[in-house]
Write a new protein. Structure first.
Length: 494
């Protein structure tokens, strides 16, 4: 059924695939129809119903079949996020109705039938078992309905590898701060779904970031690209020295929270309904993790903590500009009509406008963080980079991220703000920031640059000045790779 939906909705399915799905489904259908007792039928078909519903939802929303990363995203999402996602995809939910109707007819037919047919049952079971055994490495397993158990299994193995990597004992690394200060604070702010071209800071026609536009000592990097379009594949890499080619090392390798803690900083994670509240291994080195209800609450908490502790390091991850762009307040309601303030208005640009309202909101949040750091006596730097972008096009705004990512999904804002005190103390690093702002930059630069702005000297084995934007040796020649949401295919972005 999902294959037929894909054809009907988007016309992108090949007839050979549909034929293959139909033929491969015969033994499964035979198996189910051969069951005579209605309650056995119900028991056997419930998991299939669950899989079919999942698959249909993914087909309608993402235009591809279920992948392991979709399964993982579903498992680690929080209830607020999933509720909003489901309520914004009512078409996908409605597409499950024919499946439910067919299932209801099946239960009714079984209830009416009386004679059990054990021969028929045994025969179809054998064919089904043979198919699953002999066809396990073929294309059939990439297509519904058999891809679902396969992708659930793949998701299980990915999760297992993450947990295994996270379980490895953490070894202290030989790092130290070469120029410690009495009062200093550094921030890694992980943005959510922010598209570069929607910031007035980047020349966008709408005034979406008026507060950042007016800030001094703030640099927007014009050619920064991320490594993936799913938060769970990006946030771990931003916080560690791992690269997309050795993703699991982000759970066993060197984490920025650990490095700053070892150098005498109090380390905090502040998160608002996002990945870091669901990924304890990644935040284990933090002194505290604060989960907040609104992004805008983040600056006030940071302010209190910087008043108590003289040396602080924060990893922040807000809800940001997450689809479907509801994360903003009345004072950001500047771009109309949008679905939250103009529910009765018909327009192709409802979500396009709402997206810009969320950028305006994020502008206020980032400005609030800079206010906390912008104290006369404080040495401070904020690195902000969005995890990935988004498809925000009028008329086709509800696709979120795609299997074949567009530039708006991986060309994202990367910003460095620094305090006056820090600039006075680090003229060479300041010169490098300004000199490198239009060069090719990439997610792999974040960890090393973060350590360098805090004058943290990493051991030689870890040190990578060529990846450190604040170093005179920074070279913009690194390979920039994007991992697509199938978790396997990579695209060269250089
Ligand atoms: Zn994200």
């Amino acid at each position: 059924m999902p294959a037929i939906y894909r054809l009907a909705l988007y016309g992108t399915e090949s007839y050979s695939n549909i034929l293959l799905v139909a033929v491969a489904s015969i033994p499964l259908a035979l198996f189910l129809t051969s069951v005579r007792k209605w309650w056995i039928f119900v028991l056997l078909s419930i998991p299939l119903m669950y899989f079919a519903g999942n698959e249909t939802f993914v087909v309608v929303v993402y235009r591809h079949y279920m992948k392991a990363v979709n399964v993982l995203s579903m498992l680690i999402t929080n209830t607020t996020e999933s509720r909003s996602f489901i309520s914004n995809n009512t078409l996908a939910v409605c597409c499950d109705v024919p499946i439910l109707v067919l299932w209801g007819i099946g239960v009714w037919a079984k209830y009416k039938a009386s004679k059990p047919s054990y021969k028929y049952f045994a025969f179809s079971s054998v064919i089904l078992a043979a198919l699953l055994f002999f066809a396990k490495d073929t294309k059939i397993m990439e297509l519904p309905p058999y891809n679902l158990p396969v992708q659930y299994y793949n998701a299980y193995t990915i999760n297992k590898k993450i947990l295994q990597a996270a379980a490895q004992p953490k070894v202290a690394i030989a790092c130290h701060q070469t120029n410690p200060k009495e009062h200093e604070s550094y921030v890694l702010f992980i943005g959510e779904s922010m598209v570069y071209d929607h910031l007035s800071l980047a020349g966008y026609k709408r005034e979406t970031t008026p507060l950042l536009d007016a800030r001094e000592n703030l640099t927007l990097f014009t050619d920064y690209k991320t490594n993936a379009t799913l938060t769970m594949l990006v946030a771990p890499l931003m916080m560690t020295d791992a690269t997309i080619e050795d993703f699991y090392r982000s759970y066993s390798g060197t984490n920025c929270l650990q490095v700053f803690k070892q150098c005498g900083f109090k380390t905090f994670v502040l998160v608002c309904f996002n990945h870091l509240d669901q990924d304890p291994p990644l935040t284990a080195a933090a002194d505290s993790v604060f989960c907040v209800d609104k992004d805008i609450e983040i600056p006030a908490i940071m302010d209190s903590l910087t008043k108590v502790y003289p040396k602080t390091f924060f990893v922040v991850q807000g809800l940001g500009n997450h689809c479907y762009f509801y994360n903003f307040e009345e004072q950001d309601n500047l771009f109309r009509p949008n679905p939250y303030y103009d529910p009765d208005v018909q327009s192709d640009s409802l979500y396009y406008n709402a997206y810009d309202c969320t950028i305006h909101y994020t502008d206020r949040v980032l400005d609030g963080v800079i206010n906390v750091l912008n104290k006369d006596s404080m040495y401070s730097v904020m690195l902000f980079a969005s995890d990935h972008g988004e498809n925000v096009n009028p008329g086709d705004e509800r696709r979120s991220v795609s299997m074949t990512p567009q530039e708006s999904e991986y060309h994202v804002p990367f910003i460095i703000w620094r305090s006056k005190k820090w600039i006075e103390e680090n003229p060479e690093k300041e010169r490098c920031i300004l000199a490198n702002k239009d060069k090719k930059t990439y997610i792999d630069n974040i960890f090393f640059t973060l350590c360098d702005v805090a004058s943290i000297q990493l051991p030689d084995s870890l040190n990578k000045p060529e990846w450190t934007i604040t170093s005179p040796s920074f070279s913009a020649t690194q390979k920039r790779i994007l991992l697509t949401p199938d978790g396997k295919t990579t695209i060269n972005l250089n």
